[in-house]
Every structure is written in C-alpha cells, then in structure tokens.
Design a protein around this ligand. Structure first.
Ligand SMILES: Cc1cc2nc3c(=O)[nH]c(=O)nc-3n(C[C@H](O)[C@H](O)[C@H](O)COP(=O)(O)OP(=O)(O)OC[C@H]3O[C@@H](n4cnc5c(N)ncnc54)[C@H](O)[C@@H]3O)c2cc1C
Length: 498
C-alpha cells in the first residue's frame, strides 16, 4: 500500500513538497483553505488585468545556475516563461535623490558601483568574496551532497548584515546602497543575519528576471504535475485540526467535517497557526510558547496599478526608493507623520516582449497595528473608514511615486490596494507578515523553526523553515522532504535530472 502524505497548504512550500514526495512514490494530498491555490504565488485579475501578490522577480535562472536546476527538477521549465531584467540595473536604488544601479555579475556590479564610489572597488570585491564564501559553504546552495546535515556555518548565522557591511567598508553611503534592497527580506538592523542577505544578493546578482504572467504559473505547473503523478490538490479544504494518538499524528479534520487519514503530515501553515490546531501533549507547552512568541517580519501596504493602454513604457528594473538616507534601515520603525518614506515599485510582466506596462505594484512597509482596529472584519466588508484609510494611504504613496517618476499618475486607469489584513486573510500569515518568522542573529537557535516537530510524523515547510522567497522555500522543502527521503538523495536526483 502506498504511504499517504498529507500536506496542509498549497503555498510554494506545500506544492514543492507535494511534487518531491509524489515523484518519490508517495500518495500525496495537498489541502488548501482558499479557493485559489498557491498562497503568495497567487495573482488576481480585475477588469482584465492581472496583479501579482508575491514573487515579483526571481534570480539564478540561467542554465547551470541554482534555481534553473531546481526548476528543471520540478518540471517547471516547460510552463514558466521569463523575461530577463535589465542586466545593467536589475535593481535601481534611489536614496535621497541619488540613484545607484545593481548590475548582474560580480565584476559588472563592482564596476558600475565604483563609478559612484571610485575608492571602494577593492571593498566591493571583498564584499562579494565574503558573500560567495557563504553560498559555497552551504551544500544546498552549491548542490553538494554532504556527510553531515550541516546547512549553515554558525559564523554566518551570528553576524548581522549591518555589522558585516561595517566590516567591509567605512563608506556610510556605500553601506546604505548595499542595503538598498532590504525590502526583499524586510531586513532589520542588528538582527537580520548576514547569511540571509548573502543568499539573496548572490541569487539575484547571478541573473534576475520576471515571470511572464506572474508567480501563479509556478503554482499551476506544480499542481498539474502533482495531479499527473496521481496526487490530489484540493482547494477550499481548510484543515481545522491535526488529530493525534499518544504517539503520532493520524488524521486531519477539515472545516467541512471530513476527516482524512494519513501516514505523514507536512504543515505549510505559519507555525503559530499550526500549533493551535494540534491537540496533543507530545507538543510541549514550552515549544508552543516559543513558536507563538516568535517575532515576525513586518507587513506591507500595496497599491496595484493598472495603466491606460500603451501609456507607460515597460520599466525593466525594480525601483527601491528612500526619501532620506535614514529611511534605508527604518523599516517597521517609520513615523506616522512622515509615512510613507520609502517604497518598492515594479512593473508586472504580461508578455516576453512587451513595450508598455499594463500594471505595476507599489509596495511600502506597514505594521499590523496601523490596521488592527479593523481586525476580525471580512474582506469587502471592513467599513467606510477602512476604505478611506486605504485611499489616503494609496494617494500618499502615489504622490511619492510621482515625485520620483513623473507623469505616472496621469496614466493610471485605476488601482486596487491591499493591507496587512489582506495578507492575514489570504495566507494566514501572522499579522500579515510579509516573509513570516524574522530570523534574528542574536537568537540564532531560538528564532529558527525546525522542519521537525516532536510529533515524529509531523513536519513543517515553507518560508518559516529555512528562509523565504522562491529560493529559500524550495531549499526548505528539500530539507523537509529530506527527513523522509534523505537530503543527499534529493540533491542527487536534482543533479541527475536531464
Ligand atoms: C509582497 C510580497 C512580495 C514578495 N516578492 C517576492 C519576490 O519578488 N521574489 C521571491 O522569491 N519571493 C517574494 N516574496 C516571498 C514569497 O512569496 C514567499 O516567501 C513564498 O511564496 C511563501 O511560500 P510559503 O509556502 O511559505 O507560504 P504561503 O504562500 O503563505 O502559503 C501558505 C498556504 O497555506 C494555506 N493555509 C494556511 N492555513 C491553512 C489551513 N488551516 N488549511 C489549509 N491551508 C492553509 C494558505 O492559504 C496558503 O495558501 C514576496 C512576498 C510578499 C508578501
């Protein structure tokens, strides 16, 4: 009889685990609470225009690069079309009126930034050397099999990114520029470990692209493959309880009253939500307390913009703006009086050769507290004061964008917005957090969520295990499935995929 593995949640983590386990002969059932599958990979369409909610750009997708290996293994290459970002400036960092490009390739990146910081060429090279050391020391980032299940060097876990930058250069302006893409991981001064920045910067520096049609194409492809291998992926199937006997988990109960038995269980839920639905003394109170009190990354407010037809030329870079140098590391500690003081602006890619943008996203940090008065209300029925709050916030953000990129406002056909409450409702992420649990170099053990739980057949996956983003979540999924299949075995499978 086939071994049945039940996966709770169809985010990238749940679907990647579903794919790996189905490929290795397990009977897979993925249960998703929402009507739409994919979690943060979801897009939504309004008046014929598609908007992405997460996964706006990805990296390392050239042949031979890491994500390309993973996509090949996950059979994503036939379904996922890409458009390369401007390799001379995949990210454009705007700080207090000055703009700095991030170019692909270490040498190109160094040369381009050295035009603004001529005395810093050697330091930039040292910066990249240290980053490459981190990446190469991680077996999964360099696709090496290893005798030890060591994933990270402790030294890379305990140093914060800002301290690392101080060790690399004395030029404060350059340090701010090198932190300019912090919203990609909601980095916090003195907390975000250097390795998180290293993996992400290396990932995008090698090559950077947008997914044509958005991240949902990844979700659709994985769902199609899981089903083709005999697995089930069920929308509108909210798990409300993980049932255990005195030794292990035995089944899940759904909101509709159904119970599904399984041999193994993987939760793609936020860990704090997962512990709430496990009724078992095997999960100790101390574990539950730790998980529930973990700090999470900040949430966001997003304006989804639809442009008038053929009015705005497609912008092939990601634009990170900060009003003043002090705003780069401000993150969640913004002041209401000067909000918003930073944003990330990106055009969405609907075809491989588009000349004009159909849509864009304008994202700014937002704390849950700013919308907590409407917590508990339902989507579309939160009241007029909430709608006013969103309108005012959107207008402030659009004004800020207009100052940086003039003539944008006049070309907007319409826009929609989302707040921390939207993310809370759609993905169940704690307080609408963008990237889940905040890794903290001061509490490197305490702030980590293991793929294992004390219930021997219940595992966790997704952005809270290992790291977030397309790379972090896929690597986390390999670690989770490795509990049953062996990490080295999966790495060998990836390397041997034709
Ligand atoms: C604004 C934003 C922009 C981003 N941009 C990028 C980017 O450009 N590039 C990049 O690589 N990454 C990006 N990310 C990060 C990336 O989207 C996430 O890290 C990743 O998609 C998370 O996947 P996941 O599987 O951990 O969780 P999720 O996508 O959150 O999936 C969890 C799933 O579990 C389901 N679920 C929860 N509870 C239950 C239950 N009880 N029963 C059944 N199902 C349940 C949820 O509905 C959801 O579908 C971005 C994220 C955000 C928020």
């Amino acid at each position: 009889m086939e071994t049945h593995i039940i996966i709770i949640g169809s985010g990238l983590g749940g679907l990647t685990c579903g794919y790996i386990m189905a490929k290795n002969g397990y009977k897979v059932t993925v249960l998703e609470k929402n009507v739409q599958l994919g979690g943060c990979l979801q897009t939504f369409a309004r008046r014929g225009v598609k908007f992405e909610t997460g996964v706006h750009y990805i990296g390392s997708m050239e042949k031979g690069q890491l994500l390309h290996h993973f996509f090949k293994y996950l059979n994503l290459l036939p379904d996922v079309k890409l458009r390369q970002l401007n390799c001379e400036a995949y990210d454009l960092i705007s700080i207090g009126g000055e703009r700095f490009p991030f170019a692909n390739g270490i040498e190109n990146f160094t040369e381009k930034l050295a035009q603004y910081f001529p005395a810093e060429k050697d330091n930039l090279r040292r910066y990249w050397q240290a980053i490459r050391e981190v990446v190469e020391s991680s077996p999964l980032h360099s696709l090496r099999t290893t005798g030890e299940p060591v994933i990270l060097n402790p030294n890379h876990v305990k140093q914060s990114y800002d301290h690392f930058l101080e060790s690399v250069t004395g030029d404060e302006q350059l340090r701010l520029v090198l932190a300019g893409n912090l919203p990609l991981y909601a980095g916090e001064r003195g907390k975000t470990p250097m390795y998180i920045s290293a993996f992400i910067n290396d990932f995008y520096n090698r090559s950077a692209c947008r997914i044509v049609g958005g991240g949902e194409t990844v979700a659709f492809s994985l769902v199609k493959s899981i089903r083709a291998m005999g697995g089930n992926v069920l929308p509108s199937a909210e798990v409300v309880k993980i049932n255990c006997n005195d030794k292990q988990a035995v089944s899940v109960s759904l909101k509709n009253g159904e119970t599904i038995d399984g041999d193994y269980f993987i939760s793609n839920m936020h860990p704090a939500r997962m512990v709430e639905i496990v009724e078992s003394n095997i999960l100790r109170k101390s574990y539950r307390d730790r998980i529930v009190h973990l700090n999470n990354t900040v949430s966001n407010f997003t304006v989804y913009i639809a442009f008038k037809k053929d009015s705005v030329p497609y912008f092939n870079s990601n634009f990170y703006h900060y009003d003043t140098p002090a705003d780069v590391w401000r993150g969640k500690n913004y002041e209401q009086a000067s909000y918003p003081c930073s944003f990330l602006y990106m055009h969405l890619c609907s075809s491989e050769n588009q000349q004009f943008a159909d849509a864009a996203v304008l994202i700014s940090y937002m704390n849950f507290e700013d919308v907590s008065q409407w917590a508990g209300t339902k989507v579309g029925r939160r009241g007029a004061d909430y709608e006013n709050f969103k309108k005012e916030t959107a207008e402030k953000l659009l004004d800020l964008l207009e100052k940086q990129i003039p003539d944008t406002q006049q070309n907007i056909e319409y826009y929609y917005t989302s707040s921390p409450l939207t993310y809370l409702d759609y993905t169940g992420t704690e307080r609408g957090s963008m990237y889940g649990v905040l890794p903290d170099c001061n509490e490197s053990i305490h702030s980590l969520v293991s793929q294992r739980t004390r219930i021997p057949n219940l595992f966790q996956t997704g952005q809270n295990v290992n790291s977030h983003g397309i790379l972090g979540v896929i690597i986390g999924s390999i670690i989770t499935c490795g509990e049953l299949l062996g990490v080295n075995n999966i790495v060998e499978q990836i390397k041997n995929t034709d």
